[in-house]
Design a protein around this ligand. Sequence first.
Ligand code: SF4
Length: 230
Amino acid sequence: RDLAELDARVSVCRACPRLVEWRERVAIEKRRAFAAEPYWGRPVPGWGEEEPRVLIVGLAPAAHGGNRTGRIFTGDRSGDWLFASLHRTGLAKEPYSVRAGDGQRLLGARVLARVRCAPPDNKPTIAERDTCGPWFARELALVIRHVRVIVALGSFAWQNTLPALADLGFAVPRPRPSFAHAAEVELPGPYGTLLLLGSYHPSQQNTFTGKVTEQMLDAVFARARHHAGL
Ligand code: SF4
């Protein structure tokens, strides 16, 4: 099975009733600024290189971001910060990501969310997280042999990526390493040693308060790119 088939299969998933209801309601009601646009309103697949050396893991699509445009981290403030940083550090062709056909391209990188449907308040329940786990695991399994660095955006991504890597045969230390900005863990595994890097999520809450700055994000992605040999 390949990524295109996986994307097709996930795009029709309706396994979480609360999230299906929310993603579709948001897509009908829309935000005023986007009233004239069609909303995607479905699960949002990973996006970027099919053989990535850097994998970037987020939490879930934003209601009026990925849930609107169909591209993860695209069309919301978090994505603006993320793609600008990826561009400054050489991992994205353009400093923005707007919608399909905007000319954006990731360079050696791929972005995906641990949970594929937009949750209310950006908070999936534990049951929703677990229900969506197999989609994440399948995408990870399809690309992992190429990946040298994983950047986890936020503690949710960090905590949920480690067990998925353990399932793929990577040696995850016990107790599990703690999340922090710029935290690094080397994980020996079946395709060589992978570097897991932590980064604060570029959510509006973090960027508004200065918890994460452009310099802090750039430092993580520059480290990722360098380590991946890109
Ligand atoms: Fe399916 Fe995941 Fe969306 Fe739940 S969150 S409906 S498992 S794609």
